[in-house]
Design a protein around this ligand. Structure first.
Ligand code: C2E
Ligand code: CA
Ligand code: CA
Length: 769
């Protein structure tokens, strides 16, 4: 619509301007020809007027000749002298007839008319009203209300006895003759006191009132335009005779008619051509504009396929180029957005959405297959130790590693928080496990990121369809559960089992309830004695937490401590047990029982900078001297954020609290590394102690550990002592302290007190003696 109007407007504008210009030319030419025609008519009128005067003069001369002849005629003079009127009259008649005069008159000596050629008795009837000279020898007169040209002569016999006069009528015939000679229309108008007495002329009586126009004017006589001039022949005694000369403009104008026709033709052709030109030009403007509008509409509707081209070098061409660039940019951006919706920006692999889509496709297609989730075992530790950027690089590098190694007809994706997701089509679960194992081996190979060498451990969960589920979301949930069940070592790949679901629900329950365990008074502390092997005396105990869930029953710390750490509840638990222990120690001290109590703390406690102050606060509240308290920290906990852990440890140590490295031997730390820590005790993990036997591999490790620790000034504690043999053996090796079921299981405070009363010194025979 708009475009149509643009085109119309352009055409109207162009043609309008041209029409205006042509119109101006037209008007100019017309007015020029008009005035030229008028000038010509005026000239003709001027010439005609001269000819008219000349003609009257010639007529007058004719009359004058005849009149002289008559006046000089002897017979006529005699008749005049004798008063013979009939003779006079016949002479007059003869002479008048001879020259074609309309009237011949005889005046007596008094000047009265005696004879008229036209009337038998002129004396009484001829009325001469006005007389006025015209030129040198003639007169104009009104006789019997008619205009006449008149010439007179005196009759001498020998004295003047009268006058003769000859006259022509100023009539139609004269006018016609005038017209023949001049080409002008001629009329004579005789009037008396404003009333027309007679009007004769070439235009007949129809000339009308236009003839009364002033001298030299344009008059309209029955539709024809004339240029008129008026010559006054007589103006006397309220009588007047006027000659009216009219030059027709039509004729003069007619000369220009061909010119005007041509001009009109040229104008029309020019207008036509320019309309056509304007139409074509407007078209060449509006066509590309509507084409561009159409292209823009297409782009708006999401069609980016067809290129926008306009082969022009002008602004429209540039506009088309810009629109085309815009089209490409938008297409590119949409591609990007579409890509982002289905891809993980870090690895460039598909994302969760894509995985779900792929799963949905495979499941709907009725194929069987497996979904595998790979994740980094120590993911959180790595992030904490090296930072997010380093972690991202590790993931990206890992993606690079397996990208090309995944089986054909499978899809690899990455989802933060879930790790790599692999959709294996047309594969049974056992085959999937084999494939997964191969990929884990590749993933777990040593890698170097930012110059740091890493031995990363990857775990995987596997779920298969259709046997486990045929719902993509359900499969994703199941694979996450299976992955969570995987553990470093032989169990690094975990296949989903429906029964695991219950374990999962239980975990969720525990995570939820652990938060309220202290409030619900479900927590308690048990104490396990530590035997000083050299003195055979129990001076220390380890405090261990117990959770008696109201519905689920006894929950072991190996289960709930991990959950508490994962969910952040551990701080609450630590705080609770710290207070419980301090309170118990207060009681014991008051009873005169002095025992050093060791408590387990987690990595997250050391990570919290407020922790040392909290400990100091509690000890202060219960009036406990710091050396009576000991902390046990696993070596792996120390590795997570070594700097901050170390700061906390130093502060605790500076307070005088005893520190021990727990579970020694399960992690990667070397003794040399422990040297830099402010610890006094080393607890060899129970896995080395439980089956301690002469010559076993464990025995070798324990022996060397004891030796090295002693060399470094550390005391050694062995936990998990279940047999007398182990105990004796440890004593023989010079181990400082022993802890285990053989000595005592962990027991509640009252039971410990009872036990101590019976056994505290049983293990120290020297003092007994
Ligand atoms: P742990 O610090 O290594 O504690 C020693 C574990 O070995 C205790 O298990 C104890 O009952 C067990 N044990 C002692 N003697 C023997 C023995 O002769 N044979 C065997 N097989 N086991 C023995 P428990 O109480 O189940 O605690 C497990 C772990 O839970 C602890 O290991 C400790 O890491 C953690 N834990 C317990 N209480 C707390 C606590 O209050 N806070 C923190 N952060 N962790 C705690
Ligand atoms: Ca411990
Ligand atoms: Ca241990």
């Amino acid at each position: 619509m708009r475009i149509e109007r643009l085109r119309t407007r352009l055409i109207l504008l162009l043609v309008g301007l041209l029409a205006l210009a042509l119109g101006a030319v037209f008007v100019a030419v017309y007015s020029a020809t008009d005035s030229s025609a008028e000038r010509q008519a005026r000239q003709q009128l001027q010439v005609g007027a001269n000819v008219f005067s000349r003609l009257l003069e010639l007529r007058a001369q004719e009359l004058a000749g005849a009149t002289e002849v008559l006046a000089a005629d002897f017979g006529f003079r005699e008749a005049v002298a004798s008063g013979d009127l009939p003779t006079i009259r016949s002479a007059l008649l003869n002479q008048a007839r001879r020259i074609g005069a309309d009237e011949a008159l005889f005046f007596d000596a008094q000047g009265d008319i005696q004879v008229s050629s036209r009337k038998a008795d002129g004396r009484a009837q001829v009325k001469l009203r006005a007389l006025q000279p015209l030129g040198s020898n003639s007169l104009v007169a009104v006789i019997d209300d008619q205009p006449f040209l008149l010439v007179d002569a005196v009759v001498m016999a020998p004295l003047a006895v009268g006058q003769v006069a000859m006259a022509f009528r100023l009539n139609q015939a004269l006018a016609e003759e005038m017209r023949r000679l001049t080409g002008l229309e001629v009329s004579f108008v005789t009037s008396q006191a404003g009333n027309t007495l007679e009007r004769v002329g070439t235009l007949g009586m129809g000339g009308g009132d236009g003839l009364e126009a002033p001298a030299s004017a344009l008059v309209d006589v029955t539709g024809e335009v004339f240029l008129a001039t008026r010559i006054t022949l007589l103006e006397q005694q309220e009588y007047s005779i006027r000659a009216q000369l009219l030059s027709p403009l039509e004729d003069a104008l007619a000369i220009f008619d061909p010119l005007k026709r041509e001009l009109l033709l040229i104008t029309l052709i020019a207008l036509g051509l320019s309309s056509l030109g304007a139409w074509v030009m407007a078209g060449s403007l509006s066509r590309p504009v509507s084409m561009l509008a159409e292209a823009a509409r297409r782009i708006g509707q999401g069609d980016y396929a067809s290129a926008v081209t306009l082969n022009r070098r002008d602004e429209l061409g540039r506009l088309a180029l810009s629109i085309d660039t815009m089209r490409e940019d938008i297409a590119e951006r949409e591609r990007q957005i579409a890509h982002n919706a289905f891809h993980d920006p870090l690895t460039g692999l598909g994302n969760l959405v894509k995985t779900r889509e792929q799963l949905s496709d495979s499941v709907t297609a009725g194929r069987s297959g497996a979904l595998v989730a790979f994740y980094l075992a120590a993911e959180e530790d790595l992030i904490k130790a090296r930072g997010q950027t380093f972690y991202s690089r590790t993931i990206a590098a890992s993606a690079e590693r397996i990208r090309a190694k995944v089986p054909a007809n499978s899809m690899l994706a990455y989802h933060p928080g879930q790790g790599f997701l692999l959709v294996l089509n047309n594969m049974q679960t056992d085959q999937a496990v084999i494939a997964t194992d191969g990929l884990i081996t590749i993933l777990s190979q040593r890698m170097e990121i930012d110059g740091i060498k890493l031995n990363l451990e990857w775990l995987a969960g596997v779920v298969g369809w259709p046997q486990h589920s045929d719902d993509p979301d359900e499969l994703l949930r199941q694979v996450a559960m299976a992955a969570a069940d995987a553990h470093p070592g032989p169990e690094r790949i975990s296949v989903y089992q429906a029964t695991r679901d219950q374990a999962y629900m239980r975990r969720l329950r525990l995570i939820r309830d652990i938060h309220f365990a202290a409030q619900m008074r479900e927590l308690s502390v048990v104490y396990q004695p530590k035997l000083d092997l050299a003195r055979g005396e129990v001076r220390q105990v380890e405090a261990l937490m117990r959770w008696q869930h109201s519905e689920l029953g006894f929950i072991g710390p190996d289960e709930f401590i991990l959950l508490a750490e994962q969910t952040g509840s551990i701080h609450k638990l630590t705080q609770w047990i710290l207070t419980a222990i301090a309170s118990q120690m207060r009681t014991w001290e008051d009873q005169g029982l002095d025992l050093q109590v060791a408590m387990n703390i987690s990595a997250l406690d050391l990570d919290d900078e407020r922790f040392p102050d909290q400990v100091a606060g509690v000890l202060h509240t219960y009036g406990i001297s710091p050396p009576m308290l000991a902390f046990e920290v696993t070596e792996s906990a120390l590795m997570i954020n070594p700097d901050r852990s170390l700061r906390s440890l130093h502060r605790l140590r500076d307070m005088g609290i005893s520190l021990a490295v727990d579970d020694y031997g399960t992690g990667y730390s070397s003794l040399a590394m422990l040297k830099s820590l402010p610890v006094q005790d080393l607890k060899i993990d129970k896995s080395f102690v439980l089956n301690l036997a002469e010559g076993s591999e464990d025995a070798v490790i324990v022996r060397s550990t004891i030796e090295l620790a002693h060399n470094m000034g550390l005391r050694v504690v062995a936990e998990g002592v279940e047999t007398a043999t182990s105990l004796e053996w440890l004593r023989a090796l010079g181990c400082d302290t022993a802890q285990g079921y053989f000595i005592s299981r962990p027991v509640a405070a009252p039971d410990l007190e009872t036990w101590l009363q019976a056994n505290r010194y049983t293990w120290k025979p020297k003092e007994h003696s």
